[in-house]
Design a protein around this ligand. Sequence first.
Ligand code: NAG
Ligand code: NAG
Ligand code: NAG
Ligand code: NAG
Ligand code: NAG
Ligand code: NAG
Ligand code: NAG
Ligand code: NAG
Ligand code: NAG
Ligand code: NAG
Ligand code: NAG
Ligand code: NAG
Length: 423
Amino acid sequence: MKFTTFTLFALLPATALAQSSSAASASASASASASASASSATASGAASNGTEYLTTVLGALSAAGLTSLVSAAQGIAGTTEGQALLGSLSQGNKTVFAPSNAALSNVSQDILSNNALLTQILSYHILNNTCTPAGIMSTPNHTIARTTLRGGNYTLPGNFTAPLVLSKNSTNSTGFQIVQTSNNITASGNGTAAANLLVYVIDQVITLPQSLTTVLPQLAPQLFGLAGSIPGLATQLTSANGITIFAPNDAAIGAIQSSLGTLNSTQVTNVLSNHIINGTAVYSTGLGSGNYTSAGGEPFKFVTNSTGSYVTSANSTAKILQSDVIINNGVIHVIDSVLVNTNANAQAAASAYSSAAAAASTSTEANTPVTATSAATTPSGSTSASGAASAGERLAPLGITTFMMGGIVAVVSAVVGGVITLF
Ligand SMILES: *[C@@H]1O[C@H](CO)[C@@H](O)[C@H](O)[C@H]1NC(C)=O
Ligand SMILES: *[C@@H]1O[C@H](CO)[C@@H](O)[C@H](O)[C@H]1NC(C)=O
Ligand SMILES: *[C@@H]1O[C@H](CO)[C@@H](O)[C@H](O)[C@H]1NC(C)=O
Ligand SMILES: *[C@@H]1O[C@H](CO)[C@@H](O)[C@H](O)[C@H]1NC(C)=O
Ligand SMILES: *[C@@H]1O[C@H](CO)[C@@H](O)[C@H](O)[C@H]1NC(C)=O
Ligand SMILES: *[C@@H]1O[C@H](CO)[C@@H](O)[C@H](O)[C@H]1NC(C)=O
Ligand SMILES: *[C@@H]1O[C@H](CO)[C@@H](O)[C@H](O)[C@H]1NC(C)=O
Ligand SMILES: *[C@@H]1O[C@H](CO)[C@@H](O)[C@H](O)[C@H]1NC(C)=O
Ligand SMILES: *[C@@H]1O[C@H](CO)[C@@H](O)[C@H](O)[C@H]1NC(C)=O
Ligand SMILES: *[C@@H]1O[C@H](CO)[C@@H](O)[C@H](O)[C@H]1NC(C)=O
Ligand SMILES: *[C@@H]1O[C@H](CO)[C@@H](O)[C@H](O)[C@H]1NC(C)=O
Ligand SMILES: *[C@@H]1O[C@H](CO)[C@@H](O)[C@H](O)[C@H]1NC(C)=O
């Protein structure tokens, strides 16, 4: 049968509405015993046909009870960015962190109805590769995985994508954590395959990378206060296109409080500038191998040994306590003491910035997740999170009500365009 979106909606029985809610609590492990039959496209076959592909994948999500996520897809399908996101799903293997209906019910209507923002949020729930628990590092180490989020309020040189930090508990490897500043989100099991997608249902929506002025007060309040006392510094930091900040924690600032009093404002500015790499986001994986100059123009040195990873500026060395806190224009690494280097070299700083910008414009972004320890170190293997999708069971496109199908048809037709064929 051929349906246009309009005719399918017109044919929907009113009772279909009631059916849709019964599937809402199912998890993606989709034990759903089948009745309705939708397209049974295979991963490879589906990818070659946008209509069939999206129908299959959205049908599988609906059948697994992820009806709010499908509604969100329906919302963004009317926008160019949303169509680009949905259209890119079939390109290569992907991991989807799929918020449950309960998770999405906690998101404000203001956000759900802002399709540009919603597209950004959903982009941050998709990894551009397959990610299985086996490939994720155990705490205190972690894995940095690239998502498909770029643009909008997220700015990195080269327009690189935003990463997520993932970590698992070595004594309980049946799940893993999406590490966030204020709370972690648990993903359980090995994920469930839907065509080329490996789907993990999560019970909270992942927070987009926040600005420095949101994150720093939680992470290093004293440093935030100190930086705020330097006119213009906060704006320079938040407007940077790519920034790396070594953030002394409160104890570190407290320990040098008295000597800070003996420094004039230029010296304080220099000290703070020597905690910053301007123009690039350097994750823990890149620290060991890179030659970096601070925003004050002073060289950094990095050392990793059995006791941890350390950063040095002039005669000051600090231990990296927590690495890879992702912000919307870069990354923060928390350190245990202040790098008291009052020297500055404006020329070296400007030249380091130009090199960083030039490097970003010519480098290509890794699609594989980067594996990092929680302290700075050289990469210990760069592709270990690319486990086999076969670990997941197939998310069968079953148990879809006519009502759900209406939403799916709306999305598919918006993305693919025109009249589409079903069943
Ligand atoms: C896509 O799949 C639909 C349904 O199976 C089919 O009617 C259509 O011809 C296919 N399009 C292409 C370009 O293969
Ligand atoms: C960008 O940030 C502003 C201010 O926080 C917010 O209003 C807007 O919705 C955000 N837009 C996107 C696409 O993230
Ligand atoms: C963390 O990474 C370090 C360096 O690769 C390794 O020696 C250590 O065993 C790892 N720890 C865990 C718990 O995996
Ligand atoms: C995802 O990876 C593919 C290659 O597998 C690449 O072509 C594409 O640009 C990547 N997408 C994003 C959003 O980075
Ligand atoms: C970055 O990528 C996004 C999404 O593809 C796009 O909208 C934006 O214009 C790009 N920004 C730049 C500076 O290229
Ligand atoms: C790891 O899991 C075990 C068992 O669930 C738990 O007792 C322990 O506290 C967890 N450790 C961490 C670091 O979360
Ligand atoms: C192991 O972790 C999973 C997911 O985080 C959790 O559901 C389960 O209860 C944990 N098991 C134990 C023994 O703590
Ligand atoms: C989140 O996970 C990380 C890494 O396992 C851990 O260090 C941190 O304490 C966790 N945060 C919360 C709020 O549980
Ligand atoms: C996950 O996959 C591993 C092997 O990759 C397997 O040992 C384990 O039993 C699987 N866990 C679940 C919950 O299916
Ligand atoms: C980064 O360098 C640019 C260009 O030299 C400069 O305008 C900006 O203020 C610098 N930012 C910081 C935080 O030093
Ligand atoms: C700050 O102190 C340094 C070192 O004593 C000195 O060279 C510089 O001129 C002083 N700057 C200001 C603005 O007082
Ligand atoms: C996707 O994953 C499958 C199974 O692991 C693999 O055979 C295939 O080569 C992958 N495709 C791409 C484009 O990476």
